[in-house]
Design a protein around this ligand. Structure first.
Ligand code: NAI
Ligand code: MG
Length: 480
């Protein structure tokens, strides 16, 4: 007899308890070897004044089981409450969001009956670090962080996922024609790691055309790997195109932790009526079973579920006079799936988790040799409303810069001095690029900042310009 795997579950809010009961009943009937421990999350916890919606003591269970099956919760609006998902994701280092987007034609209306893709979204970096500053009265900056290890981990995960799940192609999407450094790094890491997976077909799309292609020809994709913001957007596009938002399951994966859930919310409008469709959470729990190495049970449930759908046994959200045979509530739907355990779908392609699953163990990050880092200048951002670029240059010229000189001034990324275009519309934020020929010391930079300040320039920030192994570690201004 297999030892039962402890998992943490939370029933959540709204329809959460109903769909969790149905899901657990199906898992039990299918012979899933799990030992659920329940924690409380969501509305009731928020209402006790716990701002992130999860009690301290709940973490003990999560840290112990490292597997979390979570029903949807109702997120309170306003009042400074923090998103539970973001809290859990950050606390447990869940770097990958995995979202299968599958068409269930003809039971769910879609223009793309063959669609079956998986989006793997980086979960910890990018603009979602939420690092923002008001730089001047008129300009706010939001910082996008992309790291080499972060990119390597998610790209590696995508390739390993493709291999483990019998998928043939991985598509990377980013915008490195514009963000040559940040997205260029992501793209380069994809090309580099991809060489270790010659058995998997590989391609790259610029994110805008890639998104359009998902909307117009989703069947062309298999596994898609992308950065956090792009992944957020294309996940919603793709799941919308399947026509079955209510059926999606998803998971968030960390080095040795997985959180599994439905894509939909707590549906307060139908809570307590016993009519909710438990499929989203059930499909989430199937991802969980694969993750904990119970692929056989996952396969049995998944095929029984497909069979139930094609047998026309539908909850109200899917029910259609012409295609459905029986309209059922949550509990009856679960019973119908249980009755079909062991059966295979006839119209849908049966799924196979023959590999048996198990948490993917990723190889360690590659060893990257340390590069030679040289400070070669500084970008100084100043606030000056209504200035002419030449006035700013003249002000800089009154300072002795000891080996550094003003290379250019940009405004919102465009070079406005020397030789700017009179038409460029300028904000109150100016970036002065000071570069030197030799080695620059940090003390030197500080000294120069002092001089610019004394000359009356209103400094918002300074960013050092480093080169790595002789290559500039900064982008050129547009028109430079
Ligand atoms: P929702 O997904 O809860 O509901 C949208 C519509 O779909 C409603 O008409 C609902 O009745 C229907 N629906 C959703 N799931 C269904 C199911 N399983 N069976 C049948 N019909 C279903 O989205 P909404 O209304 O925007 O959000 C409600 C609450 O859920 C909010 O408090 C929101 O913050 C929260 N939410 C929580 C999530 C989570 O915990 N992961 C994810 C998304 C929203
Ligand atoms: Mg989103």
């Amino acid at each position: 007899m297999t030892r039962k795997t402890p998992i943490t579950i939370a029933r959540g809010d709204g329809i959460g308890p109903e769909i969790m009961d149905a899901t657990l009943r199906i898992l039990d009937a299918a012979g899933a070897q799990i030992a659920p421990e329940e924690i409380e999350i969501g509305k009731a916890v928020y209402e006790r004044g716990i701002m992130n919606g999860i009690e301290e003591k709940a973490w003990d269970s999560l840290h112990r089981t490292r597997v979390f099956l979570k029903a949807p919760i109702t997120t309170p609006q306003g009042g400074g409450f923090k998103s539970l998902n973001v809290t859990v994701r950050k606390a447990l280092g869940l770097f990958a969001n995995v979202r299968p987007c599958v068409a269930y034609h003809p039971y769910v209306k879609t223009n793309f009956p063959d669609m079956d893709l998986v989006i793997i979204r980086e979960n910890e970096e990018d603009l979602y670090a939420g690092i923002e500053h008001r730089q001047t009265q008129d300009v706010v900056q939001s910082i996008k962080l992309i790291s080499r290890p972060g990119s390597e981990r998610i790209v590696r995960y995508a390739f390993e996922y493709a291999r483990a799940n019998g998928r043939r192609k991985v598509t990377c999407m980013a915008k490195d024609n514009i963000m040559k450094m940040a997205d260029g790094l992501f793209h380069n890491v994809f090309d580099e790691i991809g060489k270790e997976y010659p058995d998997i077909e590989q391609e790259f799309y610029i994110i805008d055309i890639g998104t359009a292609r998902i909307a117009a020809r989703p069947s062309a994709f298999d596994v898609i790997v992308t950065e956090n913001l792009y992944g957020d957007i294309i996940s919603d596009v793709a799941v919308e195109v399947t026509g079955s938002v209510g059926l999606g399951g998803s998971c968030n994966i960390g080095t040795d932790f997985g959180m599994f859930e439905a894509v939909h919310g707590s549906a307060p409008d139908i809570a307590g009526k016993g009519i909710a469709n438990p499929s989203g959470l059930l499909l989430g729990s199937i991802l969980m079973l694969v993750h904990i190495g119970q692929g056989e049970v996952a396969e049995k449930i998944h095929n029984a579920w497909l069979r139930t759908i094609e047998d026309g046994i539908h909850t109200g959200d899917l029910y259609r006079e012409d295609l459905s045979k029986r309209k059922v509530g949550t509990a009856d739907f679960a019973d119908a799936v249980i009755e079909r355990l062991g059966a295979k779908p006839a119209k849908f392609k049966p799924v196979s988790y023959a590999a048996g699953g198990g948490a993917m163990v990723l190889p360690p990050l590659k060893n990257v040799p340390a590069e030679k880092k040289v400070l070669s200048g500084v970008d100084v951002t100043v606030e000056w409303k209504g200035a002419a670029p030449a006035d700013i240059a003249a002000r800089v010229k009154t300072c002795t810069l000891n080996g550094l000189s003003l290379a250019n001034i940009t405004n919102r990324g465009v070079v406005v001095w020397p030789d700017g275009q009179p038409e460029t519309s300028c904000s109150d934020q100016w970036r002065l690029r000071l570069t030197g020929s030799g080695n620059v010391s940090f003390g030197h930079v500080i000294e120069i900042l002092g001089k610019l300040d004394a000359a009356g320039l209103d400094i918002a920030k300074a960013a050092n310009l480093y080169s790595y192994d002789g290559k500039p570690g900064w982008s050129a201004g547009q028109g430079e």
